[in-house]
Design a binder for this molecule. Structure first.
Ligand code: PGA
Length: 260
């Protein structure tokens, strides 16, 4: 973690928690972090609930002035029109979203999202004043065949192709580490994060490379966050399963208290 990049801990709820559960959960999380005197200026916290929760989350966070950011788990590549079932970046923005996940491996795997679609969604996010969190990562077969960096770097290059420099966040999520309890080693997280940063530098220049935050995702827990965050190119985490447990997630958010 570098001092001049604000660490970001992001909770990807996936298809869990309806809007009533979301309200109770978010309230409890905010109170737990407040009681622990969490310093949001030192570590940003963002939530990625299902679309149907966003309005309730917005009302709660704005009403109680919680310092939590939030966003969608996906967005349409289009801004409006006959696209049944899709949600535009503009809609997410008008609900107060700051971020949006793009190209999560579950979107790529179960919904056939290609690198071209990911790039179109990155553009749609930026067009609508959202910061895309671009997810990349290799499968177990990719890892065996190409090593850890090649596939994530290719996915990132494709996602940025033709896109002008902008604020983005990258999430390196090895597919084999998602939901398995088997996180990548901190050495691998660092190696791939450094390669991804080099890619941003190559495409957009040194300033963008230095400024872009790179998260690690895949079986992040309170027990492994410290080692990951000690890596110079790891600036935060995208947390799935553990983001649904207030105690565990708030402990991950407070990693600065247990990084030695
Ligand atoms: P996990 O999921 O923390 O449950 O491994 C991470 C993700 O899919 O973003």
């Amino acid at each position: 973690m570098a001092v001049d990049r604000l660490p970001l801990i992001a909770g990807n709820w996936k298809m869990n928690l309806d809007h009533l559960q979301a309200i109770a959960f978010t309230q409890k999380l905010a109170w737990t972090l407040r009681d622990a005197r969490h310093d949001y200026a030192s570590t940003e916290v963002a939530l990625f609930p299902p679309f149907t929760d966003l309005r309730s989350i917005q009302n709660l966070i704005e009403g109680d002035k919680f310092d939590l950011a939030y966003g969608g788990q996906d967005l349409s590549a289009h801004d409006a029109g006959a696209y049944t079932g899709e949600v535009s970046g503009g809609f997410l923005r008008s609900l107060g979203s700051t971020y949006v996940l793009v190209g999560h491996s579950e979107r790529r795997q179960y919904h056939g999202e290609t690198d071209d679609m990911v790039r179109a969604k990155v553009s749609a996010a930026l067009r609508n004043d959202l910061t895309p969190i671009i997810c990349v990562g290799e499968t177990e077969a990719d890892l065996a065949q190409y090593g850890p960096s090649a596939v994530p770097v290719t996915q990132l290059s494709a996602a940025l192709n033709g896109v002008s420099p902008a604020e983005i966040v990258i999430a390196y999520e090895p597919v084999w580490a998602i939901g398995t309890g088997k996180a990548a080693s901190e050495e691998q997280a660092q190696q791939v994060s450094a390669a991804l940063r080099a890619t941003v530098t190559e495409v957009w220049g040194l300033d963008s490379g230095d400024a872009t935050r790179i998260l690690y995702g895949g079986s992040v827990r309170a027990s492994n966050i410290s080692a990951l965050m000690r890596q110079p190119d790891v600036d935060g985490a995208l947390v799935g399963g553990a983001s649904l447990d207030v105690t565990e997630f708030s402990s991950i958010c407070r990693f600065l208290k247990h990084v030695v």
